[in-house]
Design a protein around this ligand. Sequence first.
Ligand code: NAP
Length: 296
Amino acid sequence: MEILDGKKVSNDIKNEITVAVQEMKANGEKVPHLAAVLVGDDGASLTYVGSKVKTCERIGFDSTLVRMPATTTEEELLEKVKELNENDDIDGFIVQLPLPPQIDTQKVLLAVNPDKDVDGFHPMNFGKMALNLPTFISATPFGILELLERYKVETSGKHTVVIGRSDIVGKPMSILMGRKGCPGDSTVTLTHSRTKNIESIIAQADIVISALGVPNFLKAEMVKEGAVIIDVGITRVPDETKKSGYSIVGDVDFAEVSKKASYITPVPGGVGPMTIAMLLKNTLLARKRHREVTGV
Ligand code: NAP
């Protein structure tokens, strides 16, 4: 069994990006600039956005954190999005989800300029991804592809079972694994809470990508000997032994499943760290494209 070490690979990627930024600086070019919009003060969102901004600074990107109160109206947020779309200094930006209930998330994501949509959530970018055209692939699925690629995990002709059909993980992941190319060329089954006989489907999988958010859902007896296991789940469970009062657990019973798996991602330290690294990779790409278009 080999661990798919997202912490190590994400550090490698960040180092590669740091070198690219240093070259940009040496050539007198503008460095990538990522902005993040955070509406409200949800603790988890604050942590995610904070670490995105901090990582930007560490690798030499410019970054801007836009904080708006939980009472922000849809119009106010759309106005901010418009401002960021028009701000030539910003190469890419994200609107941290979830948004407060008074705001229509789809309306906001649709308002983001697809050329600055480094989260890859805009329907135009999602469509390009589905058609195998160059685009921003959203960070978590992109990170999983990168892990599979760097560890040379064979995906061609394999049966991949994706658990969970969210717009940000399960659905794009199922499309990406079935695309022509490498990683890809898998035969994909997308499962969800209404799937009948889910256990017998998972038992046939060469690759399982679990994105449901149910701690210890995937047990050793459910998976085939030698299966590749990708655990996307992140759930906070109370833990008095931790200073924070909680620990982070995935969807997979790691201790037991790892005994049968050929490759497996740990939680934490698997898919999670890859997500930030791929957001930065998308921002670097946005800068390069911006430069090609504007010459600046
Ligand atoms: P989500 O919106 O929370 O939806 C969960 C999905 O799982 C739904 O499609 C649901 O089916 C399905 N599901 C729930 N219970 C099920 C069951 N018992 N059997 C089969 N399917 C079931 O999904 P998400 O936003 O992708 O989040 C999933 C997990 O990944 C969460 O723990 C989240 O924190 C984590 N996550 C991690 C990262 C990362 O960077 N590592 C990024 C994003 C998300 P229905 O559609 O039928 O309701």
